[in-house]
Ligand binder design. Structure first.
Ligand code: FE2
Length: 307
């Protein structure tokens, strides 16, 4: 796979033309339509470029993985990343993922946007609660969950906007769908784990969130161990394992056609971190993992979200 990220893939990848020929003869190769050239991708707002075309991977396997090293951030992009990371310091407590120990908790914000693919623009929609069925989410499904909205400094951040546009560009779609206004659902989350504690990332277990296409990006990870993501086929056969360690380590998936789970995280310190740079209040919290999840759907179409 791409590089040093902790990735294991169970799906055999042909390494040379002879292997490919053998696989073709055995009928194991899935022929995919050639993608439109997307290489190198340079973001509209100039925050990053990416030299690897991930679309063939998404088209063939329904997911793709990239590490922070694949994103070549400009100076503007580096500043935007620092500013974006700060937005995770002002998330709101999520009462639906309560843990027994008060030092472990989930904080989040959620907003739906109208996304115009041709113009690359985002416009916040009227606020709505987040609702999943019990079937889709055995832990928190069946509840009407109201979350605080993303703040303007988050969704006006140029790196955030470039990530939205880049993620959509990886979604295997025919041209006719690009003229539509899509819904872009954005979850931003921090999971805090107290000193000496372990906490669940996905207490619902192996699951799908029902999105036609979703991109997940690590924004930060401080004093945390664990958090290994596994991607599965729908029959729960594992396909790949990834542990996000660096800001912008990323995963994209056609979520309705796959499943995923993440292992628990633990604080890497018995006591709170003594890092000078941390705020007094955070020393008690000890560890956290910040995630940005950007998803796309189109209601009343073949790309509607499964609820
Ligand atoms: Fe999920």
């Amino acid at each position: 796979m791409l590089n040093s990220l902790n990735i294991e893939q169970d799906m055999a990848q042909p390494s040379n033309s002879k292997q490919l020929e053998q696989l073709e003869q055995s009928g194991k190769v899935i022929q995919v339509k050639p993608s439109t050239p997307n290489l190198p991708f340079t973001s509209r707002r100039g925050t990053f470029s990416i030299a690897t075309d991930l679309r063939p991977q998404v088209e063939q396997h329904k997911y793709a993985i990239a590490t922070a090293e694949n994103f070549h951030l400009s100076n503007t992009g580096k500043i935007a990343l620092e500013q974006l990371q700060k937005c995770w310091d002002s998330l709101e407590y999520d009462p639906f993922y309560g843990e027994k120990h008060p030092s472990c908790q989930r904080r989040r914000r959620y907003t739906e946007f109208d996304f115009n693919p041709k113009a690359g623009t985002l416009k916040p929609r009227q606020r709505v609660p987040y609702i999943q069925s019990k079937e889709m989410n055995s832990y928190a499904g069946g509840k009407v969950r109201h979350f605080g909205a993303l703040q303007t400094d988050t969704y006006e951040n140029p790196l955030f906007q470039d990530l939205v546009e880049y993620n959509f560009s990886l979604f295997p779609l025919e041209e006719l769908w690009l003229d539509r206004s899509w819904i872009c659902q954005v979850h931003i989350m921090r999971i805090v784990v107290g000193a000496g504690q372990t906490t669940a990332i996905t207490p619902e277990g192996i699951h799908s969130d029902g999105y036609p296409f979703a991109g997940l990006h690590l924004l930060d990870r401080v004093d945390v161990v664990g958090g290994e993501t596994t991607i599965y086929q729908l029959d729960e056969t594992p396909l790949a394992k990834i542990t996000f360690t660096q800001p912008l380590d990323s995963l994209w998936l056609e979520d309705r056609h796959l499943k995923h789970s993440v292992t628990d995280i633990a604080c890497s310190h018995e006591k709170g971190s003594e890092k000078e740079s941390r705020k007094e209040s955070e020393k008690e919290e000890a560890g956290y993992r910040d995630l940005l999840a950007i998803s796309f759907s189109l209601p009343d179409s073949i790309y509607s979200k499964k609820i």
